[in-house]
Design a binder for this molecule. Sequence first.
Ligand code: SF4
Length: 472
Amino acid sequence: MNLPNLKEAKIRTNKEVAIKEALNLKSDKFKGQKFYLKTYGCQMNVHDSEEIKGILTNLSFSETTDLNEADIIVLNTCAIRENAHDKVFGFLGRIKHLKRNKPDLIVCVGGCMAQENSVANLLKEKYPFVNIVFGTHNINELGTMILNASSNQDIEVYSIEGDVYENIDYKRDSKYSAWVNIMYGCDKFCTYCIVPYTRGKQRSRKMPDILKEVQTLKDEGYQEITLLGQNVNAYGKDLAENYDFATLLEEAARINIPRIRFVTSHPWDFTDEMINVIAKYPNIMPYIHLPLQSGSSKILKLMGRRYTKEDYLKLYQKIKETIPGCSITTDIIVGFPNETEEDFKETLDVVNTCAFDGAYTFIYSPREGTPAALIKDNISKEVKEARLQTLNKLVNSYSLKHNKEYVNKIVKVLVTSPSEKGENKVCGYTETMKLVNITGASNDIGKIIDVKITSAKSFSLDGEKEIFANIS
Ligand code: SF4
């Protein structure tokens, strides 16, 4: 049996005390001042930013979308891809300029990128105007750090993840659709992925705490919740209690919130029980994001994904057979080291077999500190780009084909916001997670309405609010 290292245990205890003391800290020190928050990366970061907004609001800051108005700027960063780093450093260049004219401006850099040692060192050496650097394991401490901010750079990035904290004061972006974190971190250690290093090992929340949050959101009138985690279907595996994702999903569905979604799933952890629960409850939406990453079993093995091409196809078929009309999207990486033309053709083969509703496609780039970064990146940039282009063309053709099947149909859409596609338009999502731009529904934000689909593109649908005549 491994006994905990005493030094680590002490750091963990100090960290937990510091975070608990800082949790939901309130102050009016910054009344009348404004915050500008920029979020990079995935839904997990978007939800973390809702926590950061809660912290800033508790310190009496109000939000601005104008950088020049800000008294404090917070960058919540992402470490998944190389260009995410470049974007942050590019933006810091702009902030440096601003700070020259506004020396009291507080600049904070947090999130996954800040969690990387090399980045914290770089910020210290080359970006001394950054006041506060915090990691993913001490977001809760940000309030204390801001209250104590000085002209000296304060870097507080814990390498050891801690407990799961409850009763966080989120300031949610939407009043209709909410994220609900069910777990933190990931234990899968796919060889290309930085997440287990930046977010730590898997820590699931207790099921009663999650269900209490779902119930509160229902009572507040939320129409939709999305259960959130890096690998939601591994939920509970780290807990002593006998919790699993299928049970959590079923219990959440019974609370009767109109729409329940979840993201993201790992094919290796997808069980028959989960598929059956999704099929059984009409308020669990028929939409699954099921990352493939590669169609070649050889590459999947190098990626440490724990399934083969055949396993994936079998799972895909089972989902389609058990949940009629379920839409499935995926993630695919091209140009992983040693990916041959044959391997790439296997990926195209899976795309042709599954005819995905959509796919997020990426060119592989090594992340420092991951096992894959030690494998020679032996696929040229030109080959990677050509493969991405071929893949995107194929993926988009299937997206368009699926979307065209909606034309002239009436579908239920949760209207979430004004649309960018025209002044009198709003937009929202179908049960199958298709984006719809709608006319005639300006007063329906926050409602689930019937929409007649009038036309289809690869990435969205157009529709009109359907008004049924009263039949007497
Ligand atoms: S499942 Fe793999 S790709 Fe997903 S977060 Fe965990 S390590 Fe990363």
